[in-house]
Design a protein around this ligand. Structure first.
Ligand SMILES: [Zn+2]
Length: 82
């Protein structure tokens, strides 16, 4: 996954790719103490995020527009919740 992102935040809002350095790993299936087993281990279920957007996601200020199972993380488009 680190190779895929190139160390850059993978958030895309509209057509704009975030240009921040990726510092956090967001797990699609978070919580429950299960993030190291099962589906969350797959690279496609992780997303490299910059610190700011990871915080925004955690606070529900940023959410994915689509949750396409086929090719999730690299193509997911996010939107700001206002
Ligand atoms: Zn970002």
């Amino acid at each position: 996954m680190r190779r895929r992102s190139g160390g850059r935040c993978e958030v895309r809002i509209g057509s704009a790719r975030c240009k921040q350095r990726a510092e956090h790993i967001h797990h699609r299936f978070g919580g429950n103490g299960r993030r190291d087993i099962g589906p969350s281990m797959l690279a496609q279920n992780k997303l490299h995020l910059c610190a700011r957007e990871h915080e925004d996601e955690r606070l529900k200020r940023l959410r994915p527009v689509s949750w396409d199972e086929a090719d999730w993380a690299a193509t997911v488009v996010w939107e700001r919740v206002t």
